[in-house]
Design a protein around this ligand. Structure first.
Ligand code: NAD
Ligand code: ISE
Length: 352
């Protein structure tokens, strides 16, 4: 299958962007469904996975007619792909993202951008050498209406200077393939980005605490995990991460300011009063809690791709800064103590 209508803005002359997806697991399938049913302007023309049977099954059910090349590298090079979505495991992201930059194709990469800050620096260097930004990282919380409202309240002027924040990231359970470190690399990484974005500042140091262990914790899992994040401007943030909350997926955030407090509301759903109780729903897991955020995130990304512009969402610098926080949090978790977060100089390609 060949694409005959590609223009130099990376979009077909019918106004539809041809997208290839690498990694057809849980979120890959979610994003394909989203891009084919909920977000206009996208066509899934190619999908692949190391598990090619899974890729074929996902193509058959969610993107009939999409090609299934044998490797991600072939998908990136394919003329029927204008832009790429990377939803394979985090350890595989670096090479796919570098491949997209080399091919001059926009790439939406799920978090984490790469497995280490060193790998992220390689990506920064590739974009700087290319002279433009191609990468957007899947930190979808920046598009969540509740977090946007919290950020607007914090910076609205009536609450005074923010002083500290309490955050909780409670997972009902974590996927079977998770390792203990992935509580940091795959769960807490969202807080690293969110907090940098919320306070428009870098995280300067991280201390990890492991309180009394959950009796359900798997061997090697820090469950619960508490991270104390110090921002360069002095704001202090405590983050609780649970691997086994069981009761639902509960994302909480409360910012304490000089003249008031702003917090994510309890629930976006209905409140039921019955039999002497008041009940609110708790989302089952991240696909439900952040459904709107994912939709808005992809609309925004597609708008930039269709316009031939650089992405406006979280960029490779944000992916790198979050990876530097991962490095520090893991050192603190394994060796103890307060660990400074060190960053290389920010290239001018990445505006503050
Ligand atoms: P998953 O295990 O369900 O799916 C990953 C898929 O990638 C699997 O089908 C696997 O076979 C495939 N894969 C592995 N190595 C590959 C390679 N080298 N090339 C091609 N395919 C390969 O995992 P998932 O939950 O879908 O997570 C995938 C990524 O998405 C992770 O980076 C994860 O952190 C991220 N994620 C983000 C969110 C979010 O809230 N933004 C939520 C879930 C997952
Ligand atoms: C998952 O990979 C995600 O990114 C979710 O947003 C996060 O809440 C969860 O802990 C991760 O497993």
């Amino acid at each position: 299958m060949t694409n005959t209508g590609v223009t130099n803005t990376g979009v077909t002359d019918t106004g539809v962007t041809n997208i290839g997806v690498i990694g057809t697991g849980v979120i890959g399938a979610e994003h394909i469904r989203r891009l084919t049913t909920a977000v206009p302007g996208a066509r899934i023309t190619s999908v692949t996975d190391v598990d090619l049977d899974r890729a074929r099954a996902v193509a058959d059910s969610l993107a009939p007619g999409a090609s299934v090349p044998a490797t991600g590298a072939e998908l990136i090079e394919s003329p029927e792909v204008d832009a790429v979505v990377v939803t394979s495991w985090g350890s595989t992201h670096r090479d796919y993202v570098l491949g997209c930059i080399a091919a001059g194709k926009p790439v939406f990469c799920e978090k984490p951008l790469a497995s280490s800050s060193t790998d992220c620096i390689t990506i920064l260097e590739a974009e700087v050498a290319a002279g433009r930004r191609y990468v957007q990282v899947g930190f979808m919380r920046r598009y969540d209406p509740a977090y946007l409202a919290l950020r607007a309240a914090v910076h609205g002027g009536s609450l005074g200077a923010p002083l500290l924040m309490h955050a909780a990231h409670r997972n009902p359970a974590l996927p079977a393939h998770f390792t203990g470190d992935m509580v940091v690399t795959d769960s807490a990484v969202h807080e690293f980005d969110l907090i940098r974005w919320m306070f428009a500042d870098e995280i300067a140091a991280i201390t990890a605490y492991t309180p009394r262990r959950n009796s359900r914790a798997k061997d090697g899992f820090p469950d619960p995990l508490v991270l104390v994040l110090e921002l360069a401007n002095g704001v202090l943030v405590d983050v609780e991460v649970l691997a086994n909350a069981r009761y639902g997926y509960d994302i909480r955030g409360e910012v304490v300011c000089e003249d008031g407090v702003a917090a994510l509301s309890e629930s976006a759903g209905v409140v039921v009063r019955s039999a002497g109780t008041v009940a609110l729903g708790v989302p089952t897991d991240w696909p439900e809690r952040f459904a709107a955020a994912f939709d808005i995130e992809f609309r925004s990304w597609l708008a930039s791709v269709a316009g031939g512009e650089e992405p406006t969402g979280p960029d490779a610098w944000d992916g790198y800064a979050a990876a530097a926080c991962i490095d520090a949090a893991l050192v603190s978790l394994h060796d103890g103590g307060r660990v400074p977060v060190t960053l290389v100089d920010r290239p001018s390609l990445y505006r503050p």
